[in-house]
Design a protein around this ligand. Structure first.
Ligand code: GLN
Length: 285
């Protein structure tokens, strides 16, 4: 603690220098979001606040400790315990992957298939924080949404999100892919782990703080996805759609795999970097 209290402006300046020095590219944004968190102010309110207002010792110490953790590679989402996804405030923690903006492509693809008044059954596999399932419930309240995950800890987070965001209107099921799933669905979505096992040790620090279970897709990153594509045949209604997020580099192999398993109408959806991020195919009618 410096001998004299720092103002908001000084604390932000100091934090930006510290984060920049640690190689963090989003230093200004991160410094603002974390100080806002400590002071219980939105980023907008922080920017509008009196820059000469002094920080209490307690606030300053809490700010320093969040900055330390940020420097150590924890993402801002973990530090503040939430991340915005599809306009929803999703609670996150070490048991779940932080929802990525590119996963909104999966939601877009799903919505292009579900009419606004759709009433079908939808299943979201590997749901993690529940972000995709909750976005779909939010947009298509007439659909019955089911979501599963192999991790009990992840499901606890998803359930808390569902309680807060949609009065528990999503049904969660524990299991490995289709284990414990009964029935057929009009749409199945999944953002499964798809990073090749061999790349896991070289992931950026931020990603290494995330659960490896949510990232490691086996050899070439495709083992789990291939198992999913094979098993989904027994859970898709006639002509229903399976949508999977994967790495753009994996799309040709996945397209082949879908074909080999007799799916039809294979399509791709691009993320905001114009890269193929979601592949979809219909089950045979
Ligand atoms: N898109 C994530 C990443 O690159 C991977 C998510 C996943 O494996 N489902 O960090």
């Amino acid at each position: 603690m410096p001998t004299e209290a720092l103002s908001i402006r000084q604390a932000l300046y100091e934090a930006v220098q510290t984060l920049k020095g640690g190689g963090i590219e989003t230093s200004v944004l991160d410094a603002q979001v974390l100080l806002g968190e400590v002071l219980h102010k939105s980023r907008t309110a922080l920017i509008a606040a009196d820059p000469f207002e002094l920080l209490s010792a307690e606030h300053y110490n809490r700010y320093r400790s969040l900055l330390e953790r940020r420097l150590n590679g924890e993402s801002v989402a973990y530090l503040i315990g939430r991340r915005e996804f599809w306009g929803l405030d999703i609670t996150v923690g070490p048991a779940v992957l932080v929802p990525r903006p590119e996963t909104e492509t999966l939601v877009e693809a799903a919505l292009s298939f579900l009419a606004p008044d759709a009433k079908g059954n939808v299943l979201d596999l590997c749901t993690g924080s529940g972000a995709v399932a909750l976005a779909l419930k939010h947009e298509r309240s007439g659909c019955a949404i089911y979501a599963s995950d192999i991790s009990h800890d992840a499901l606890a987070v998803a359930q808390e999100n569902a309680r807060r965001l949609c009065a528990n209107a999503v049904a969660f099921i524990h299991g490995d892919l289709f284990e414990n799933i009964v029935g057929r669905f009009d749409l199945i979505t999944a953002n499964p782990p798809y990073i090749p096992s061999e790349l896991i040790p070289s992931l950026p620090a931020e990603v290494r703080h995330e659960p490896v279970l949510a990232l490691d897709g086996g050899i070439g990153g495709l083992s789990l996805i291939q198992r999913l594509i094979v098993q989904a045949v027994d859970y898709l209604a006639p002509n229903a759609l399976l949508l999977i997020e994967a790495d753009p580099s994996q799309m040709p192999a996945l397209e082949r795999f879908f074909r080999e398993n007799a799916y039809q109408d294979i399509r791709f959806w691009n993320d905001l970097s114009a890269r193929q991020r979601v592949i979809g195919a219909r089950a045979r009618d």
